[in-house]
Design a binder for this molecule. Sequence first.
Ligand code: FUL
Length: 442
Amino acid sequence: MDYSSFLKAAARVKPSARQAEFLKNPFYAFVHFSPNTYTGREWGLGNEDPAIFNPTELDCDQWVEAIKSAGMTGMILTAKHHDGFCLWQSRYTEHCMKNSPYKNGRGDVVREAAEACRRGGIRFGFYLSPWDRNSRYYGTDAYNDYYKNQLTELLTGYGDIFCVWFDNACGEGPNGKKQVYDFDGYIELIRKYQPNACIFNDYGPDTRWIGNESGTARYEEWMVVPHELCFRAEKQTDGPLTEGSLNGIYNTWGDLGSQELIRYSRGLAFCPSEVDMSIRPGWFYHPEEEPHSLERLMRTYMTSVGGSALFNLNIPPMPSGRFDPRDVQRLKEFGDALKEAFGQELSVPHTVAREDVSETQCVFRIDFAEETAVNYIALREDISQGQRVERFVIESDGSRLTDGTTVGNLRICPLKGAKTRQLKLWIVAARDHVPSLDIRLY
Ligand code: FUL
């Protein structure tokens, strides 16, 4: 394919209906809870006694209230982490709630969490770790059946699932063997039972890992990425067949979507990235740890949600089964700060006029009725049409305030209270006709 046709095709790589829906609510919670909560480990060994898992004051409604207070709209629970302990009544193992003293072995944390989400009006999803340090099947074909049986229990017994999260962690099981995961089979099952659920994995199909666990998002984040990276997602166009290769491409690369990179791809897929980080240093609860500062959480939000990525923020319950009051307070402060920043758009009357400069450039002129202080400008592309904007500049009364690269699902630009009568948003480069842009001022 010649390069200019390739670029036009790149501009038309589109989200699936389930991805487009998922991107409307990009901020949700992770909840890491397992025997690790009681041993202080981050990766359990798999030989923990199920009797240590005993959340005597379990209160999933408290989780949901805290999650909602931060403005999050979903929860992904570790139904099973690497230690293999299942937080529900699985028919396929004894290493589960059946052998926990909680509710005399009749407890089901997955059910309590799912029901609390439903009551509180947020979405529910789960993380089912493929790596399992307990299962005696691990390292054999029988393990893939075991995993699929458990997936089926979770996909069919707990109502609508908005996200199924699984990583590629693949260590040794109890018999010293590693497992070859049947990801295609897992994905098929999820599509069968929960066709609207988005599937997270390093390589797609629906969302992908940002590449670190510290909440650091890329300055330039593309949802349209080489199929060599997201090979579990649908390839929507071929590459331009430029000589070279993207072998070895991984989520940790600094650039995954610029023209300089995609020109070497053999095809493109649509797959937004997810920033996953914990509110504390660990994924699991450790009493000596403190939640991160409000500033750090705000910065992460601005660069993830505000940088066309998703934000999955983990809050680990304490051994009692409740969230730590310090985390509850930080989540509330976070939600209040977000409301303060974005709760209300600027009320000063203004007009927005668009003028096309060329096929792939345009300028939006925003005129205010009076001098106005602007804290943020938030931009959105109509991503149902694909992702196109490559570079923009924002000027106030003729001088540059800020500039950036991608817009995508949402680009929040802090303008730090700049006083202005007229803002100009120049779209300096786009992959095709500049799409219609949603512009909001705060
Ligand atoms: C990783 C795991 O190894 C960590 O323990 C944690 O669950 C993180 C979210 O994903 O792959």
